[in-house]
Design a protein. Structure first.
Length: 137
């Protein structure tokens, strides 16, 4: 037990300095910060609160959380957005009122609009296309 107590601060420091784009201690690929370009600052963030997913948008230097929770999309839901390629999507979050969706592609996915250097696609008010996991700042 003492060894665990001694190792824990170092593990926390390594996690904080690793440059990981996802929220701390999460293996969920849908959590974290995202941008429409790999060279841009985070434009939206997905976090989980009380078992529900929420999206926050960066506006004027601060995060503004959308009040309605996102829901984890079913295979049928994903098929509505990717009728020919639904099997290439691993998981997705969608706003029930529409206008937002985040889709995580499986390894090796060859979706038409997917960027080679990103495993994410998003549906935003400005359109649909690839998004990139970026550092949360």
């Amino acid at each position: 037990m003492r060894a665990l107590c001694l190792l824990l601060p170092g593990a926390l420091l390594l996690a904080a300095c690793s440059g990981d784009t996802h929220l701390p201690f999460s293996s969920d690929p849908l959590l974290g910060c995202f941008a429409t370009s790999s060279r841009r600052a985070a434009e939206f963030r997905i976090d989980k609160d009380g078992g529900q997913y929420f999206v926050s948008f960066e506006r004027n230097g601060s995060w503004q959380r959308e009040p309605n929770a996102l829901y984890k999309a079913s295979r049928s839901d994903i098929g509505k957005f990717f009728p020919d390629d639904a099997q290439q999507i691993d998981s997705a979050l969608i706003r029930s009122a529409g206008g937002f969706g985040l889709f995580h592609a499986k390894d090796g996915a060859t979706l038409k609009a997917k960027a080679r250097d990103s495993d994410y696609m998003a549906l935003l008010l400005i359109g649909a296309g690839p998004v990139y996991a970026v550092k949360c700042e």
